[in-house]
Design a protein around this ligand. Structure first.
Ligand code: ZN
Length: 429
């Protein structure tokens, strides 16, 4: 979907609906605006149900100051205008009070931007603005001062966050990534020692090979390919709804009978992925006119090494990520179902994911079909897409139970003798 071709009112309704339905604002909290190419500002209204906003509710502030619309503009209009005045390059401003960023704003601390690569890539810096009265020009001036110094993300003391960007969709991606990282940081702090990526480590993830592949034209589409495209789209959209993915993070792939690979596209919003967005790759060449995920080479290496693997998922669910960014050990011998599906889950070093695909492929086996990658992701594999997806869901549920257990009592794992009995009963090698 090309957001730049949508009318400002439609963009505002769409993104507010997404923020509200993901639980990142309440019905009365939060406001969004867009500055169009003529300089007019379009902003969400004051006192209207955010769960039920329509195009006709949006207010237009013309550059001469005239206000058009059936409602009052958001009470935070002064700071939106102050930010636009301070930063002529910005076209959208997003403000909300999501739980984790509010927690940081109450503690008056900035969240880390170096827990995993996409937060480092999306969020370049964050400033803290001093507290002031909501809706006041003084608050606007304090926020605008931080934007004027070059930051696109400003956390407001005892209030929430303001994000400016070149488009509303970009502001939303930054917002979603930052809130999920802040949530992750708060969980991980209670689980163990948190590791942060250095700038050099973050830079490793900026791979280019997916952009440089030659094109190939596919003339025939087998019914196998069509069925896999359909099932991938269903599970990708479901994964977004379940919080296993965020808008531009998370990669699913499937190997077809002829050896070619279907994989999620690079930099496309996961919430709206359609069958035509999925990219087919064969013999190192990509389907004409499309760009595959930057993880394509890793997926291809794993398929080459393990002929029985037919699906690979790379995702970032919050509880598993809390294990991935800390020194806590993730041992799935918690309930028989977790052990049977996951067996042993190794944690591999972050660098390997970008510098040694062979070592990642080598770490996978029938006894270890799932890997945690430090400060990056979880990789699950399967003989089918559904089996790999089942492993991902079970792994996240297992991590959540282990996390909750901390506040109840010591974790007691299933004993070795009982594991041997499971192996025998379920024919596990
Ligand atoms: Zn507010």
């Amino acid at each position: 979907m090309d957001f730049s071709l949508l009318h400002p009112t439609d963009q505002l309704v769409m993104i507010m609906d997404r923020i509200y339905s993901r639980g990142m604002t309440t019905t009365s909290g939060g406001n969004l605006s867009i500055r169009d190419d003529s300089g007019d500002v379009w902003i969400t209204p004051a006192g209207i149900d955010k769960g039920n906003l329509t195009r006709g509710d949006i207010i237009r502030i013309k550059s001469d100051g005239t206000t058009l619309g059936v409602h009052r503009p958001s009470s935070e209009l002064p700071f939106h205008l102050a930010v636009y005045k301070a930063r002529p390059d910005l076209k959208a401003v997003l403000h909300a009070h999501p739980n984790s960023l509010v927690a940081f704003s109450i503690a008056r601390k900035k969240p880390s931007l170096s827990l995993f690569p996409s937060v480092g890539r999306t969020c370049k810096g964050i400033k803290l603005a001093e507290y002031d009265l909501p809706g006041s020009q003084k608050l606007g001036d304090k926020i605008a001062k931080e934007f004027a110094s070059g930051s696109d993300i400003v956390l407001l003391e005892n209030h929430g966050v303001v994000i400016g960007a070149e488009s509303l969709f970009k502001a939303f991606m930054t917002f979603e990534t930052l809130e999920s990282s802040a949530h992750l940081e708060s969980l991980a702090n209670q689980l163990g020692r948190v590791n942060h990526l250095s700038p050099a480590q973050l830079a490793l993830s900026d791979t280019q090979h997916h952009l440089l592949m030659d094109d190939i034209e596919f003339k025939r589409r087998t019914t196998e390919e069509l069925a896999e495209r359909r099932d991938m789209v269903t599970l990708i959209q479901r994964s977004y709804k379940l919080g296993l993915f965020n808008a531009t993070n998370g990669t699913y792939s499937v190997k077809l009978a002829d050896g070619s690979i279907l994989i999620t596209p690079f930099n496309k919003d996961r919430a709206y992925v359609q069958v035509e967005d999925i990219v087919r790759v064969k013999d190192g060449m990509k389907e004409r006119g499309k760009i595959p995920s930057r993880a394509i080479k890793l997926h291809a290496t794993i398929y080459d090494r393990h002929p029985h693997i037919r699906a690979i998922l790379v995702a970032h669910p919050i509880h598993l990520m809390a294990f991935a960014i800390t020194d806590a050990v993730f041992d799935p011998r918690t309930i028989p179902e977790s052990y049977i599906l996951l067996r042993e889950v190794k944690k591999v070093p972050y660098e390997l994911l970008y510098t040694d695909y062979g070592a990642i492929a080598e770490a996978l086996s029938e006894q270890s079909p799932t890997l945690l990658v430090s400060n990056d992701s979880i990789i699950t594999t399967g003989e089918s897409l559904l089996q790999a997806f089942d492993r991902l869901e079970v792994a996240e549920a297992t991590a959540a139970s282990l996390y909750i257990c901390q506040s109840i009592g010591e974790v007691v794992h299933i004993k070795e003798r009982e594991i041997e009995a499971i192996n025998k009963a379920f024919n596990l090698k």
